[in-house]
Design a protein around this ligand. Sequence first.
Ligand SMILES: [Zn+2]
Length: 244
Amino acid sequence: MRIANRKRFTLSCIFFTLLMLIIGKNQIVFSEGKVFKVTSSPEAKELGKNDNAVLKNKKRYIVILDAGHGGIDKGTSYQNINEKDIAFKITKYTETVLKSKGYTVILTRNEDKLLPLKEIGNIVNAAKGNVFVSIHINSIKDPSYKGMTTYYYAPEGYQKDERVKLSKTIQKEVVKSDGWEDKGIKTQNLAVLRYSEIPCALVECGFITNKEDREKLLKEEVLRNISENISRGIIKYLNESEGN
Ligand SMILES: [Zn+2]
């Protein structure tokens, strides 16, 4: 290095040191050689911390979704409309909504296949999740009967308060679009919920035997709205539970 260059180098060092002293109070975060966050005020630092905390909370939650029936078990049907297909669509839309908001989602089935109920229970419990929701479509002899119902099952009172709360929260949200009739929550010894160790609910999204409900269920937009509603119900329940 020549003397002139050395002088220039020394001056550059001094200038750089001064510069670092001036911005020293600011926090510069380097990641893989790139500056991605520069914060200076305590408020900004706090905001960053909170953002991360919110993200962490959301990512910590695991939601297990079950599309009712599948494979040779079509569930209930009306002409060529099958419960298993509508339930699967709602489940997939719900998965998309929850994932877009940062939640981890596990599906009991991601294709048109029949799972033994015990296997569904095994998937739910192995996932160490926070909430399990099974999605179905209802049917009944009386064609005038319509609307949505959310079921809970708390064998011997197990997690009864949480399960009732989850069902109520989902039910309150699920009827919010497209003029669905609110049939409230009910309890029933439902096989698919029997093995679950975590808070769970089964949503009956309308009656395939009712003309009005059936016509709604054939519209993708309506199914997407149901999914948005179910997702909001799940999120509200999670946010209100355990003080999170
Ligand atoms: Zn069903």
